[in-house]
Design a protein around this ligand. Structure first.
Ligand code: F3S
Length: 394
């Protein structure tokens, strides 16, 4: 692989042993995937933040890097942590877990990484531009950045994203290259999509069918960005879709070549079967919304729905700290809290230890959460739209 003089120096340890170690990881990755050179990245999003996911070995790895004074070279955000970093006591997160989670956060902070734990960095101050090269990790954020914004990123693992942050580079391969962003299958949607959970169900179904192909959707006419984040998240979870295009809707759809593709269609029955398949529970102990992390519009919608009501069971909506602060200012937090709900920041239902908090059945409106919660959180899931979920706990 061609390396500039500066990159060669970094590899040889001129900037310090830690940078040499991390840059070697990027070079090896580039060699595996046939990259010809390194490219600069505009921003990074690092996964592997929850103590539940990385445990003691991962925590020690991060503390070691931080102790060697390694610093982020570009704007870097974090994926959700295992708990609300400010309100964890009131929400009942176990003290021993909190102690270890805070060690991880401290290590990232020492590296100069912004302590913003979210899978929607694009809503919280880390917004790449069209065609900007970035190195993001979390699969729904990767899908949104590639598909809805038209930025360019592979799905990075935790260590490769961290290396990209600290070295400011990533190897040029995969979705960084225009030829690799062409659609490989057409998906003709022949069903109406009304709620965010409908988009999650569509994403789950299509992800299962297309696996890691690049879908080109036709028949979706009026999706907003919340719908698109739900669609992309579910497709990345049930398949491995990191990029999709939607005719007349996403920015690269007019630029790619979408003729003569194998075509599959999605009928109403497929969505109906997906709702059934993703529901194993009968009555939720808790409803958790905000996967991917809720936008302000989604928080406002929830506030409107629960205004003046009394919820009989816990209802959480997960979001970034930035959205929570805006919700505080707008009075949405007050309304939701008075009804008995919570706006939970910095974490989500999948990476927090909710199975240790007495919950066994969780209601979700996210295809991605419904996909992961049985395995990761030992939950029986009730997958439905918000109105149906709220009617079960009001
Ligand atoms: Fe985000 Fe957690 Fe869902 S990281 S996409 S809220 S599983």
């Amino acid at each position: 692989m061609y390396l500039t003089k500066e990159e060669e120096g970094m590899l040889q340890g001129e900037a310090g042993e830690i940078y040499s170690r991390l840059f070697r990881l990027l070079v090896r990755l580039g060699e595996i995937y046939g990259a010809e050179k390194m490219i600069s990245v505009g921003s990074v999003q690092v996964a592997g933040v929850s103590y539940k996911s990385i445990g003691e070995p991962g925590t020690a790895f991060l503390e070691d890097i931080a102790a060697q004074q390694a610093k982020a070279k570009v704007l870097t955000f974090l994926n959700p942590a295992g708990m609300d970093l400010e309100n964890y006591k009131a929400l009942g997160f176990p003290e021993s877990f909190a102690k270890n989670q805070l060690r991880i956060i401290h290590a990232f902070k020492q590296m100069g990484i912004i302590i913003t734990s979210t899978c929607t960095p694009y809503l919280a101050g880390n917004l790449p531009r069209f065609r900007e090269h970035i190195a993001w990790s979390e699969s729904s954020a990767v899908s949104f950045a590639n598909s809805v914004i038209g930025a360019r990123t592979n799905r990075e693992g935790g260590p490769s994203a961290l290396a990209a942050s600290l070295c400011g580079r990533t190897p040029e391969y995969g979705l960084h290259i225009w030829e690799n962003r062409q659609p490989t299958i057409q998906v003709d949607v022949q069903t109406t999509l009304e709620t965010t959970s409908d988009y999650g169900a569509l994403g789950y179904y299509v992800g299962k069918q297309v696996k890691n192909k690049i879908p080109y959707f036709t028949g979706i006419t009026d999706a907003n960005t919340d719908h698109l984040k739900a669609l992309g998240a579910a497709m990345a979870a049930s398949g491995a879709v990191a990029l999709y295009h939607i005719e007349e809707l996403t920015p690269e759809a007019d630029l790619v070549s979408a003729s003569d593709l194998e075509t599959i269609s999605v009928e109403p029955i497929h969505l109906k079967e997906t709702y059934t398949k993703l529901t194993q529970g009968d009555e939720p102990d808790i409803v958790i919304l905000g996967c991917p992390h809720a936008s302000l519009r989604e928080i406002a919608e929830l506030a409107k729905k629960v205004d003046g009501k009394t919820l009989k069971k816990p209802v959480w909506i997960c979001t970034s700290r930035m959205m929570k602060e805006a919700a505080d200012r707008m009075g949405f937090t007050d309304i939701i809290t008075k009804a008995g709900g919570q706006i939970v920041s910095d974490t989500c239902m999948v990476v927090s230890p909710i199975e240790d908090m007495g919950f066994t059945q969780t209601g979700v409106n996210s295809g991605k959460a419904a996909n992961y919660m049985p395995g990761f959180c030992k939950q029986k899931v009730i997958f439905a739209d918000i109105d149906t979920l709220l009617s079960e706990v009001s």
